[in-house]
Design a protein around this ligand. Structure first.
Ligand SMILES: [Zn+2]
Ligand SMILES: [Zn+2]
Length: 343
């Protein structure tokens, strides 16, 4: 079967691998769609994401959905022909974090297409892949596979917005207008935000942000003072959702939050030098957010019910056999938002 395998930085290969055999509690899934994520692009360009480095060849892909073709002997809730969205995380369920309801911080978690554990857990960018029964959310509607794979980034954002606290009537800043930033804007509005300002370095995602009815879409490269002007005209922000992982954007958040404001760091990075004086002088709260737990199933259902429309974000659908072109296209933020691989 055709598989999209990362060997190291700038070394993504299409390989022919054997179709895996599902274990007793697993199902074999035929790929319906796979969304290329920012973290996949970090593996593609840098051979790792934050502290997770590639140590062995790994099939990429964690935003996946498809149709079950075979089930293991002990699987009872799913059968061949079921359409499923696949939660990429396999939680242990028994560590202290899982028991405390924080499965996203599970100490023994395995995550599709992630080098966080060795041996790495293989991902879903292949014609077929196996998933545990517990990872699968059976679809209740005819939603398309590319749309429902957005459940993964949407779950990330639902968790991040939970970390932000009550957004009702708040003035919200989102830095980064990639898929996560755009979804953060949509979810912030869903959560009752008064006004949403989104920033980016490129014109085309900002145009999309405007089409998605974000109140203000600011280009911080064309106009480096855009945020300063926004603050002096309309006041400081209550909440910042940092979705770029870029240090200048993080500094922008700390500068433009009002006293008592809260910043949620969603974008991945391993270290940054930040103006900590701002944090103490304005009593800012800076909180992290990592993946998701129960939010995955919630995200699937929100998409199925059409409460969040992700169709405008899916700018390209490309066949798995053109994965290299798809990764290059997904890397060009002036050309694409979400690139979806299809069989
Ligand atoms: Zn993702
Ligand atoms: Zn656990």
């Amino acid at each position: 079967m055709l598989s999209c395998v990362i060997h190291g930085a700038h070394d993504l290969r299409l390989e022919n691998r054997d179709v895996p055999e599902p274990g007793p509690n697993e199902v074999l899934i035929h790929l319906g769609a796979g969304g290329i994520c920012g973290s996949d692009l970090h593996y593609f360009h840098e051979g790792g994401v934050a502290d997770f480095k590639i140590k062995e060849p790994m099939i990429l892909g964690h935003e996946v959905a498809g149709e079950i073709v075979k089930r293991g002997a002990d699987v009872t809730s799913l059968k061949a022909g079921d359409r499923v969205a696949v939660n990429p995380a396999r939680y242990c369920g028994v560590c202290d974090q899982c028991r405390a309801g924080r499965g996203n911080l599970c100490k023994n978690v395995y995550f599709f297409g992630s080098a966080s554990k060795y041996p790495h857990m293989q991902g879903g960018f292949a014609e077929f892949f196996v998933a545990a029964e517990t990872q699968c959310v059976r679809l209740e509607t005819e939603i398309s596979f590319p749309e429902v794979t957005c459940a993964e980034p949407l779950a990330v954002v639902l968790h991040a917005v939970n970390q932000a606290g009550n957004l009702n009537s708040k003035r919200v800043l989102v830095t980064g207008a990639g898929p996560i930033g755009l979804l953060a804007g949509l979810v912030a509005r869903f959560a009752g935000a008064l006004e949403i300002t989104i920033t980016d370095r490129f014109a085309s995602p900002l145009k999309l942000a405007s089409e998605l009815d974000m109140d203000y879409a600011l280009n911080v490269v064309e106009n480096p003072d855009a945020l300063k002007q926004a603050v002096s005209e309309r006041g400081e922000f209550d909440i910042a959702l940092e979705a770029s992982g870029a240090v200048p954007a993080m500094i922008n958040c700390l500068e433009s939050l009002g006293p008592g404001g809260r910043m949620v760091q969603i974008g991945m990075l391993s270290s940054a030098q930040l103006p900590f004086g701002r944090i103490l002088a304005k009593e800012l709260e800076v909180v992290g957010t990592f993946r998701f737990y129960q939010e995955y199933t919630q995200a699937v259902r929100l998409l199925e019910k059409g409460r969040i429309n992700v169709q405008p974000l899916i700018t390209h659908r490309m066949p798995l056999k053109s994965a290299l072109d798809a990764f290059n296209l997904a890397s060009d933020k002036s050309q694409s938002v979400k690139v979806s691989l299809v069989p």
